[in-house]
Design a binder for this molecule. Structure first.
Ligand SMILES: [Zn+2]
Length: 299
């Protein structure tokens, strides 16, 4: 998938395959994470990369793709703190001599995710490189690519806390991280802590208010386009369906099965299953630490 504007800026998207893992889902199929999308925003000489993935293998194929674009990589931007979006940032920063950039809120959450690695990520996936938090903030959440403005927009809580999107006005582009999804099951655990989908819906409204034509979802089916109107509408619809199914489905397995039936072509059913277990597990166990329930849902 690629889009080129009739100006000096363009963007291109690389979708990494999910890393291998063990285990099966309630329907018997192998556990499989979502495809992970990285965006390369290019000017004539330089480029900025977003959400550089998680494992050493992913960093290698993504890095080779970036190298093929023959630009100087100045910055690597991280939309939010979930490890699948940045654990490989250090490797790519080193390979290209680039700076890692995120909002202050995201950087604080990155420290928490790095600390959670032994409890969660390293139990599920082999080959995650060392992930010290080296990200820095930029003044007023603005930076530039050969004079073109790149704006970090803080949108609050979506599938995790302190999430952001990157707005590129000259491309009418929003790189949306996990605020907007595209043909992939959404990770629905966070609303169990928030008491609903309200904060996420507000974040979608914020993205819409930027009036993008193109949205790159952090998790996407690479056969689909980046149409902003469609991806916003489908992300809202997915939340609407989740809210309705929470009323009609009695268990996490029922919820999982209902979502699979309604979205047979969506990728990332492992993420659906993890979210469903937390959505049902937190209210069912009010005396337990909800964070422990969400971690256990991945294992
Ligand atoms: Zn993600």
């Amino acid at each position: 998938m690629s889009t080129t504007q009739p100006r000096t800026l363009s963007y291109d998207v690389f979708v990494n395959d999910p890393p291998p893992q063990d285990g099966t889902l309630p329907n018997g199929e192998p556990k499989r994470f979502s495809p992970m999308a990285s965006t390369l925003i290019c000017s004539s000489e330089d480029a900025v990369l977003t959400d550089p993935g998680m494992t050493i293998d992913q960093a290698r194929v993504l890095g080779d793709w970036v190298a093929s674009k023959a630009r100087t990589l100045t910055d690597i931007f991280v939309t939010h703190a979930h490890g699948d979006h940045w654990f490989a940032a250090g490797l790519l920063a080193e390979r290209f001599g680039a700076r890692v950039v995120a909002s202050a809120g995201t950087i604080a959450q990155m420290e928490r995710n790095a600390a959670a690695r032994p409890l969660l990520w390293d139990k599920v996936y082999a080959g995650i490189p060392p992930s010290p938090v080296t990200a820095v903030t930029v003044p007023d959440n603005h930076f530039t690519l050969e004079g073109h403005e790149l704006v970090i927009v803080e949108v609050g809580t979506t599938d995790s806390e302190d999430t952001t999107v990157l707005h590129v006005p000259d491309l009418e582009l929003v790189v949306a991280g996990d605020v907007i999804y595209n043909g992939v099951h959404m990770y629905l655990a966070q609303p169990a802590f928030e008491g609903g989908f309200g904060p996420w819906r507000a974040a979608i409204d914020t993205v819409e208010s930027l009036e993008p034509r193109h949205i790159v979802a952090g998790h996407q089916n690479k056969e689909l386009d980046d149409d902003a109107e469609r991806t916003i509408a489908e992300t809202r619809q997915y939340l609407d369906d989740a809210q309705a199914l929470l009323q009609t489905e009695k268990t996490a397995v029922d919820f999982f099965n209902a979502k699979v039936e309604r979205y047979p072509n969506h990728r990332g059913r492992y993420v659906l299953w993890a979210g469903a277990q937390t959505l049902y597990g937190v209210p069912a166990h009010p005396d337990e630490d909800p964070r422990k329930i969400s971690v256990a849902s991945w294992l």
